[in-house]
Design a protein around this ligand. Structure first.
Ligand code: CUA
Length: 318
C-alpha cells in the first residue's frame, strides 16, 4: 500500500513518513484479532450444539483418549506465540525508528501549559496553538510542560507523546503532505483540556521560508537566551575569574561532567535544564552548592531559550 492512500474513511489522513506503516501494523493486528475472535466464537457455539445435554456424552475412555492428543494444543500455542512475537518485533522496530533522533533536524521548542500550546522556532519566532513546519524536512520537537502532564497528539502524523513538567521529551517527524492538521492534547489536564486544541500547518519549503521571513535569522531564539543570561547576571559567577567561582559554561554542552558525588553525567539539554531549576542536585566536582534555583523567576520558554543559548555556546567549540 502506498503512503497517502486512504484505506478506510475512519482512519485520519496520512501525512507523515511513518503514518502508512503505523496503519499497516494496526490493520494486520486488527485482522488477526478478528480471525481469532471468529474462530473462538465458532468453536464455542459449535461445542454448545454438539455437547448439549440431550445428546449422548463422550464416555470416560473417550475423554481420556482426547486428553492424550496434545499435538493440536502444541500447534496452537506455538503458532500463536510466533505470530504475536512477530507483531512485537515489527512494532518494536517501528517504535525505535520513530524515536531515533535525526542527524541534523529543524529543532522547535514546544511548551504545553493549561491550556495552550506554545512553540518557539530557532529564529525567535513564537506561535500559540499553531505550529508551522516545512514539508519533507526532518523536525525535532523539544517539549516540556509549565504545569501538569499534557500529551502532544497529531493523528495525521500518527504521533503522540507525553509532555512533562520538569523534563524534556522529544519527538521526531517528517511531514509528507502540505496542509493543515489537527493537534490535540491527549492527557486529561484540567477543566479546559478539551479546548487545548491547535493545528500543525505544513508548508512548502518556500512557503515556510516566506512565513519565517519577517522574523530574524537562525539563532535568534538562542540570542534571547543570551540576553537572559546577561540580565540574570549568570556571567557574574560563570565567567572565569569571578569572586564566586562557578563552572564555566562555554564548553559544557555535550561533555561528560564529573560531579562532587563522584559520578559522571553527560551534559545534555536535560542536565542544563536541571542545573537551572535545581542546581544543588548535581553539584560539579570542585565547586560549592551555592547557586540559587531560578524556578520562580523564569517562564518555561525562558528556560528553553537559556538552554538553546548554552547548547549553541557548547557547539561553537566543537
Ligand atoms: Cu493539556 Cu489536556
Amino acid at each position: 500500500m502506498k503512503p497517502g492512500v486512504v484505506m478506510f474513511a475512519w482512519l485520519p489522513e496520512q501525512a507523515s513518513t511513518v503514518a502508512g506503516e503505523v496503519d499497516r501494523l494496526f490493520l494486520w493486528m486488527l485482522a488477526f484479532c478478528v480471525l481469532i475472535l471468529v474462530l473462538t466464537v465458532a468453536l464455542v457455539v459449535g461445542f454448545c450444539v454438539k455437547y448439549r445435554s440431550s445428546k449422548k456424552r463422550d464416555s470416560e475412555e473417550e475423554l481420556l483418549e482426547g486428553a492424550k492428543q496434545r499435538r493440536l494444543e502444541y500447534l496452537w500455542i506455538v503458532a500463536a506465540t510466533v505470530v504475536f512475537l512477530g507483531f512485537f518485533g515489527w512494532s518494536a522496530n517501528l517504535y525505535f525508528r520513530m524515536f531515533k533522533p535525526y542527524e541534523d533536524p529543524l529543532r522547535i521548542y514546544v511548551v504545553g501549559k493549561q491550556w495552550m500550546w506554545k512553540a518557539q522556532h530557532e529564529t525567535g519566532r513564537g506561535e500559540i496553538n499553531e505550529l508551522h513546519v516545512p514539508v519533507g524536512t526532518p523536525v525535532e520537537l523539544v517539549m516540556s510542560s509549565q504545569d501538569v502532564i499534557h500529551s502532544f497528539f497529531v493523528p495525521a502524523f500518527r504521533l503522540k507523546h507525553d509532555v512533562l513538567p520538569g523534563r524534556y521529551t522529544r519527538i521526531h517527524f517528517t511531514a509528507t503532505k502540505e496542509g493543515s492538521y489537527e493537534l490535540f492534547c491527549a492527557e486529561l489536564c484540567g477543566t479546559e483540556h478539551s479546548e487545548m486544541i491547535g493545528r500543525i500547518v505544513v508548508l512548502s519549503e518556500e512557503g515556510y521560508e516566506a512565513w519565517q521571513g519577517r522574523s530574524g535569522g537562525a539563532g535568534r531564539f538562542a540570542e534571547k537566551g543570551r540576553q537572559l543570561y546577561e540580565n540574570l547576571g549568570c556571567a557574574g559567577c560563570h565567567e572565569p575569574g569571578r569572586l564566586v567561582p562557578a563552572p564555566p559554561l562555554d564548553e559544557v554542552y555535550g561533555r561528560s561532567v564529573a560531579l562532587a558525588s563522584g559520578a559522571r553525567v553527560e551534559a545534555d539539554r536535560q542536565y542544563l535544564r536541571d542545573a537551572i531549576l535545581a542546581p544543588n542536585q548535581e553539584v560539579v566536582a570542585g565547586f560549592e552548592a551555592v547557586m540559587p534555583s531560578y524556578r520562580e523567576q523564569l517562564e518555561n520558554e525562558d528556560i528553553d531559550a537559556l538552554v538553546a543559548y548554552l547548547v549553541e555556546k557548547g557547539a561553537a567549540h566543537e
